[in-house]
Design a protein around this ligand. Structure first.
Ligand code: MG
Length: 272
């Protein structure tokens, strides 16, 4: 246990020090292509202090390498191993609970790659399917959805990378994995057996496991109340909300007391 006494007291800083720091990306460390001022220094200072950092994203259509390269380009050097996406968190869960399962995937290459890396065999036929994995797939067809439905009818497990119904892009909102999930819920009458992404705790659990820290030693920092804050709370971590993304101080004031974040920060720069 590298961080047994991770909450070391600190002077002159409002946020206590933790052993593990989980960061949301867009709205928290950067906005689109622009680094949030001070995000680079904050992460560097935490690393200097010996803390572990993990960068997490629900988005299942980009690879971890893409995020690591983007962070590095913007001034936060990041290894692929420090990035955790919802497909990887789901692959972790499948590896822990199944042995070389046959998986029917509605999802794109980054999802398939993470599943294959833990020994999943990708199949196309409902009759061969142990697990249906639902993700964001911009090429999805009626036939594919129908095959997934039939697999669910035949008793396959129903796993989902991320529950987001839409994803905000610069050009507007587009439908995401949660929309395909809703379609299959509607026709099968089943609820997913497991959802890996925020606000469910699997993403945070996978991050903590990689950092070798406990929830008590970890703080989850993000900009969204319905995803980041809930994911941190559901995983038992401390939580920080930054006001550089979608959330305002007024939104936080409306929350019941027990649902408020442990820290509210004007920006990530205040965390260091
Ligand atoms: Mg965000």
């Amino acid at each position: 246990m590298p961080y047994e006494n991770a909450r070391v007291p600190q002077e002159n800083v409002g946020v206590p020090a933790y052993g593990g720091y989980i960061f949301d990306l867009d709205g928290t460390l950067y906005l689109g292509e622009a680094l949030i001022p001070g995000a680079d220094e904050t992460v560097a200072a935490l690393r200097e202090r010996g803390a572990q950092v993990m960068f997490v994203s629900n988005k299942p259509i980009a690879t971890r390498r893409t995020y690591a390269e983007k962070l590095t380009r913007l001034g936060i050097p990041a290894e692929v191993e420090e990035v955790l996406t919802s497909p990887l968190a789901l692959a972790d869960y499948i590896a822990a609970n199944h042995d070389a399962p046959h998986v029917l995937v509605i999802g794109e290459e980054p999802v398939i790659a993470e599943l294959e890396a833990v020994g999943c065999q990708i199949v196309d036929e409902a009759a061969e399917t142990d697990i249906v994995v639902i993700s964001w797939d911009r090429q999805v067809t009626y036939d594919r959805l129908e095959e997934a439905f039939q697999a669910l009818r035949q008793g396959a497990k129903f796993y989902v990378t991320n529950p987001d119904v839409t994803c905000p892009l610069e050009t507007g909102e587009v439908s995401d994995a949660g929309a395909a999930m809703a379609y299959l819920q509607a026709c099968s009458g089943r609820k997913p057996d497991h959802i890996a992404g925020k606000p469910y705790p699997a993403l945070a659990h996978a991050a903590m496991q990689r950092m070798g820290v406990t929830p008590q030693q970890t703080i989850f920092t993000g900009d969204r109340l319905q995803t980041d804050l809930l994911c941190g709370k559901n995983a038992g971590c401390a939580t920080a909300i930054v006001l550089t993304g979608v959330t305002t101080e007024a939104d936080i004031a409306e929350l019941p007391e027990d649902m408020r974040p442990d820290c509210v920060l004007k920006s990530i720069a205040e965390l260091g």
